[in-house]
Design a protein around this ligand. Structure first.
Ligand code: AOS
Ligand code: ZN
Ligand code: ZN
Length: 389
């Protein structure tokens, strides 16, 4: 089943923007092996140049998220200006308190005030970066927790976390936000200090209006109804951002939509229902690590998957669905829902791209562009691993 896309749907799609992570372009992998790829960026400037290719070929990815310290530079204003010359902007600044020996037993939750202060100061450095890049969001993901029952005082850690977050939050300007990302496990295995949406919500609600929740689609126990969490956070006005990716088993950080396009569709249905599509308060960010696939095409595929499932979700016949629901016509309601999901929007999207001066098939256009060959020839030696500071 194929379809045409109405002007209202095309208008909504035209506003869509997916923020890409700088670390998706660097060498990254798993704890077992980081495979290197020819042409991998050697510094944040080259990462941004690569990210700009995704936007150039899709018109979908105008913003690049950075990670500190992986993207630390001497002159952030120069990096911001370079991004602008490339046709993109710098977005979310991601902190990192998971690669320093001092943080072995915690960072913002640590019992030792000296270590907690160091972790807080790292976040204040990130806010200094935000001041220079013009970023709005400070994203905090904490790899903090414990591996054995009895190891830690769970309650005291929550209290210290809130105290630390209050200090960080107080440093934000009126235009900046703190976005707290939860994750049900890893690298801690018994408990994680921000393990679920409820904990993130409780912590950010105590901070104020500019503290929000980040929902990473790979951060839930298998079988979790993620679209229900999306609905609830939108209803509470606390969904700040997505870290989109897909997973088969854990936090696999695979191409969003590649493992379960239906789940992505259901999430986007709730985003649209909750008024979150193209809403200024909701950032659509990718958080992916392309370990075996080429990085720039991997990101192009990802943003196209988000666009495609958004188009399908926008096709959902809301009136017919509401009527079937009010009649408790279970099968009709499900059929209407599945009709939208089963609709192939790719031909309509390809024609629409061409009408806007974009390539009908961004993946093949990139392959033909010669960019990959150029970076592989130019960037010899000294590639920067994403996971390495
Ligand atoms: C880790 O699993 C989280 O998904 C983080 O969002 C992400 O990997 C980190 O922000 C990279 O800095
Ligand atoms: Zn994430
Ligand atoms: Zn993750």
């Amino acid at each position: 089943m194929t379809t045409t896309l109405t002007p209202e749907i095309l208008s909504a799609l035209e506003q869509q923007a997916v923020e890409v992570p700088s670390w998706a372009y660097g060498n990254s992998g798993t704890r077992f092996k980081v495979f290197t790829t020819a042409g991998t960026p050697r510094d944040p400037f080259e990462k941004i140049a690569d990210a700009a290719q995704v936007h150039r070929h899709t018109g979908l990815a105008p913003v690049v998220a950075l990670h500190i310290p992986w993207d630390r530079v001497d002159d952030y204003a120069a990096l911001r200006d370079f991004a602008s010359e490339q046709g993109v902007a710098i977005g979310t600044i991601n902190s990192n308190t998971f690669q320093d020996d001092d943080y072995k037993f915690g960072a913002l939750t640590h019992e030792d005030d000296r270590i907690r202060r160091k972790a807080i100061d790292h976040h204040l450095e990130c806010i200094d970066v935000m001041d220079r890049t013009g970023s709005r969001d400070l994203k905090i993901w904490l790899a903090e927790g414990s591996n054995y029952p009895g190891q830690s005082d769970l309650r005291a850690r929550q209290d210290r976390l809130q105290d630390s977050l209050q200090t960080i939050y107080a440093r934000l300007s009126d235009e900046q936000r703190l976005v707290l990302e939860y994750k049900f496990f890893e690298p801690a295995f018994y408990h994680t200090d921000v393990p679920d949406w409820g904990t993130s919500y409780a912590q950010v609600a105590a901070l104020g209006d500019r503290a929000m929740v980040c929902l990473d689609t790979g951060h839930h126990a298998p079988g979790t109804n993620i679209e229900f969490i999306v609905m609830q956070l939108l209803r509470l006005g606390k969904l700040g951002s997505f870290d989109f990716n897909s997973r088969f088993y854990a936090d696999d950080d695979l191409i969003v939509g590649a493992a379960d396009p239906f789940q992505l569709f259901r999430i986007l249905v709730e985003v649209i229902r909750g008024g979150g599509l193209n809403h200024p308060d909701v950032t659509f960010m990718l958080d992916q690590c392309h370990n075996v696939e080429a990085k720039i095409p991997g990101q192009i595929r990802s943003v196209l998957n988000v666009q495609e499932m958004t188009a399908r979700a926008l096709l959902l016949d809301g009136e017919a669905l509401a009527a079937a629901r009010s009649d408790n016509d279970v099968l009709a309601a499900n059929e209407i829902f599945m009709d939208a999901f089963y609709t192939d929007v790719r031909p309509a999207l390809a024609a629409w791209r061409e009408s806007r001066g974009l390539p009908a098939d961004p993946m093949r256009a990139y392959a033909r562009s010669g960019y990959q060959q150029r970076i592989e020839a130019d960037r010899v030696g000294g590639t920067q691993a994403s996971w390495g500071a």
